[in-house]
Design a binder for this molecule. Structure first.
Ligand code: GLN
Length: 480
């Protein structure tokens, strides 16, 4: 096999020149998963039949002389919080251990319609709550770069699958950092689109005002290709925006010269690992070398973002997760009365972090505390969003570290939930503001751990964020 990872373009070229068939490629990837997954635990469920049926369909259409669709034969993985028809969707929770959705999420449907081959469902933190993948009911994922370390979370399985070349691309979800942070920890590009850019029909809700679906890939042009496929309005999701989808592939090639890059001082202070800080500085210098202009910024409400996020996200989660009561789907434990049945089901079905969040969120929403917590947090969210709006009056994009540290060791932060929450410090701000952001590989630490640089842009500016990420990658950003 070639040593360069497969990309959407190389799959396409190989199919077009008949060097490989979609079925052979699918078999190759399923074989890799069989060999490597027992160690990494990136996939929870495989879908070999669905994958081979789709690959055969792609091969048959091509041999009839039909043109290859944009993602023809591209092997992809789907985070297990995204519904797949006939294919178990557990949310990495015991409560949905045997739940099989009767329909596909729109994003999944669009990928398959474009010719992609779905290999299976990836591990994650339970209901996407976490930043290390250690909250999965089915065991943690290991970081393929350093297997004693976490891959990040919550979309750790998707990031690890792409980094270990067990998929060419994967879908994840980002509520407070769950795409960008594992992308940074595993050393692959990872995009959180604008709130509303990608339909969430079929996504199991965690915090509905924050949840987004987005891709992991091995290069930024693939990020653009996946986004182009899944973006756009969907009548089945009223929160999806009716904003036209630009030609992202064309945007990629625009010159970055003259772009004003904001560098907020609040992201470079206490708590930032010096090695990470040095790599991001080198990354910014690389962008300056490409003709971008560095503009110092102040984003004064950054410090309140973690507290705000953890009030809002837990409040919304407590409401969203009320539906798992043992009645309509998922686990049902026995109980002498209805209330006892609810209690036993939820006690057995949910893991400790999910329970913690339901309790925090219920408290924040309860009578007498609502104004002090939920309402107050909503107001602070508006101030954080305003920091972004005013920044984007003077800059075209904002560059920060994606995470304060590189991937930490398995078990290192599990004893202290607060420490785990603080690791989200650089990602929750963009989430609260609803703006798009990509994490791109930005060199490695001395011990070889990937560092991620976050590029944030105004609402619906994915094209520009991808353009900067692509220029950075082409200029050698992954080895600054
Ligand atoms: N780490 C954050 C949390 O635990 C983000 C999770 C996410 O984006 N799904 O809430």
């Amino acid at each position: 096999m070639s040593t360069a990872p497969w990309t959407i373009a190389s799959v396409r070229a190989a199919l077009a020149q008949k060097r490989i068939s979609a079925r052979e490629l699918t078999t190759e990837f399923l074989g890799r998963i069989k060999r490597r997954n027992p160690e990494l635990n990136a996939y929870l469920t495989l879908s070999p039949e669905r994958a081979q049926t789709q690959a055969a369909r792609v091969d048959a259409a091509f041999s009839r002389g039909e043109p290859l669709p944009p993602l023809a034969g591209v092997p992809v993985a789907i985070k297990d919080v995204i519904s797949t028809r006939g294919l178990r969707t557990t949310c990495a929770s015991k409560i949905l251990e045997s739940y099989v959705p009767p329909y596909d999420a729109t994003a999944v449907e669009r990928l398959e319609a474009a010719g992609a081959v779905i290999l299976g469902k990836t591990n994650c933190d339970e209901f996407a709550m976490g930043g290390s993948n250690e909250n999965s009911a089915y065991g943690p994922v290991r970081n393929p770069v350093a297997t004693d370390r976490v891959p990040g979370g919550s979309s750790g399985g998707s990031a690890a699958a792409v980094a270990a070349e067990l998929a060419v691309a994967a879908l994840g979800t980002d509520t407070g950092g769950s795409i960008r942070q594992p992308g940074a920890f595993c050393g692959v590009p990872a995009l959180m689109p604008t709130y509303g850019r990608v339909s969430r029909y079929g996504l199991v809700a965690f915090a509905s005002s924050l949840d987004k679906i987005g891709p992991f890939t091995t290069c930024v042009s693939d990020t653009a290709a996946i986004l182009a496929t899944i973006a756009g309005h969907d009548h089945a999701d009223s929160t999806s925006a009716a904003v036209p989808v630009p030609d992202y592939a064309a945007e990629l090639e625009k010159p970055v010269q003259g772009l004003r890059i904001g560098v907020p001082e609040e992201y470079f202070g206490q708590g930032l690992d010096p090695e990470v800080g040095a790599k991001i500085e080198a990354g910014i210098a690389l962008l300056e070398g490409l003709g971008c202009r560095r503009v110092p910024l102040k984003m004064p409400h950054t410090n309140y973002a973690i507290a705000t996020y953890y009030v809002l996200a837990t409040a919304e989660a407590s409401s969203n997760l009320a539906r798992y009561d043992g009645v309509r789907y998922g686990l049902r434990a026995q109980g002498a009365t209805l209330v006892e049945m609810y209690r036993h089901t939820r006690d057995r079905g949910f893991g400790p972090e999910v329970k913690r969040r339901i309790m925090l969120g219920t408290y924040a929403l309860s009578a007498g505390y609502y104004d002090a917590y939920y309402l107050r947090a909503q107001k602070v969210r508006a101030l954080i969003a305003r920091d972004f709006t005013s920044a984007f009056e003077t800059v075209d994009a904002i560059v920060t570290p994606t995470t304060p540290t590189p991937a930490f060791r398995l078990g290192e932060k599990t004893a202290d939930p607060l420490e785990m929450y603080l690791a989200d410090i650089f990602t929750v701000t963009g989430s609260l503001a609803g703006v798009p952001g990509i994490s791109v590989p930005c060199g490695k630490t001395q011990t070889g751990l990937p560092v991620g640089m976050q590029i944030l842009g105004p609402h619906f500016s994915e094209g520009r964020v991808l353009q900067i990420g692509h220029a950075f990658e082409k200029a050698g950003g992954s080895s600054v």
